[in-house]
Ligand binder design. Structure first.
Ligand SMILES: NC(=O)c1ccc[n+]([C@@H]2O[C@H](COP(=O)([O-])OP(=O)(O)OC[C@H]3O[C@@H](n4cnc5c(N)ncnc54)[C@H](OP(=O)(O)O)[C@@H]3O)[C@@H](O)[C@H]2O)c1
Length: 336
């Protein structure tokens, strides 16, 4: 190599080194800046916060956490027993109704306007449902039922509260899932509903930015709540529902009941070992509601920040291989 070429090579290496160093320094400085900025909190005493899904899990945890910070919490529950629990946890009001009944939602929204004098600081959509199963044995109405709770319900309630949120320059917080950024097999209706809410959040955020209403999305990984605990055993209900809809169909040879039992047993145990404390998701929602500078997105829990984040960013061909590995044991045809 000539002296001239060596000089060019050294210049290129130095330039790449300086650029890499500048990117690293910039990333570190902006991470520290975001951390410091994120610490600044608002006083939410006396502000109205509407939360759905307060019978249990993340929603109920939020009732306690936000009531303790002085918010006037409207805890939307499904059942009367859930409403009693939410009141005991500090809620100012706890209506119980089915979020998939549009008239009931409209009626509750009207009452919220009346109680809050039309000034709502935040709405947190924590209600959710999951009906797991592989696509061969998912009855079509299961997709509709999941979309009704996870997508249409938050869309309608948000719309009915918009004027009160605009008045406060408030917050909309949508509890999505890691399944809203990465679809795993065996849960297509839920995955689709969470991807739908992500698309809605994206559009909503841009539209509401004109009136300073902020939209955050929360993506929890598996958390120890009633929903997660019932997840794998619920595959049996879906399988049985399809067995009624289509008895003796081809799908039964592809997904035999003997395989289903092994699948449920093995994965129920595994889920117990990876499920995290829902306090992580609760803390992220509290930040979204109370921080002076909330984040657009919160990846809640260790697995969300590592495994699912990597799966989200990697090339689709690679993530497909990993997604296939999550089906354990594989149904008989794949192992033959
Ligand atoms: N746990 C996880 O691993 C996990 C992971 C990612 C995302 N998420 C999301 O986090 C949110 C909270 O879930 P969670 O884990 O706290 O589960 P959860 O304890 O089952 O809470 C969901 C709540 O939604 C309520 N709900 C369901 N259908 C309803 C309806 N038609 N009308 C009114 N309320 C209804 C449930 O009431 P009932 O209890 O009376 O049915 C329950 O209180 C959900 O959006 C879920 O998708 C959870």
């Amino acid at each position: 190599m000539s002296a001239g070429n060596t000089g060019v090579l050294i210049s290129v290496v130095l330039a790449v080194g300086y650029i890499t160093l500048a990117i690293l320094v910039w990333s570190m400085v902006s991470a520290v800046y975001r951390k410091i900025r994120g610490r600044s909190r608002l006083n939410i005493t006396g502000r109205w916060v509407v939360i759905t899904g307060c019978d249990s899990g993340i929603g109920l945890g939020l009732v306690t956490a936000l009531s303790e910070r002085g918010a006037k919490v409207v805890a939307c529950c499904y059942t009367e027993a859930g409403a009693h629990g939410a009141l005991a946890a500090g809620a100012a009001w706890a209506p119980h109704f089915d979020l998939t009944k549009d008239d009931a939602t409209r009626e509750v929204a009207a009452q919220i306007h009346a109680r809050s004098d039309g000034a709502v600081w935040s709405v947190v959509h924590a209600a959710g449902t999951v009906l797991p199963g592989f696509v061969d044995y998912q009855p079509i109405n299961f997709y509709r039922d999941v979309m009704a709770v996870n997508f249409f319900a938050p869309v309608l309630l948000t719309q009915k509260l918009l004027s009160a949120l605009r008045r406060c320059k408030g917050r909309v917080v949508l509890v999505s899932s890691v399944d809203g950024i990465v679809s795993l097999p065996g849960n297509a209706p839920y995955d689709a509903s969470k991807f739908a809410i992500e698309a809605y959040a994206d559009a909503l955020r841009a539209e509401l930015s004109f009136c300073d209403v902020f939209v955050s999305v929360i993506n929890p990984a598996t958390m120890r709540t009633p929903m997660a605990e019932a997840f794998f055993p619920a595959h049996r209900n879906t399988w049985q529902a399809m067995a009624k809809d289509d008895p003796g169909g081809d799908w039964q040879a592809l997904w035999p009941e003997s395989w289903l039992e092994q699948y449920v047993e093995k994965n129920t145990q595994q889920l117990r070992s990876i499920a995290e404390d829902p306090a992580a998701a609760v803390s992220d929602v509290v930040h979204a509601v109370t921080a002076a500078h909330p984040k657009l997105r919160y990846l809640s829990g260790r697995l969300a920040k590592t495994f699912f984040y990597a799966l989200w960013l990697m090339p689709e061909a690679w993530s497909l291989r990993i997604k296939r590995l999550t089906v354990q044991p594989q149904p008989p045809r794949n192992s033959s």
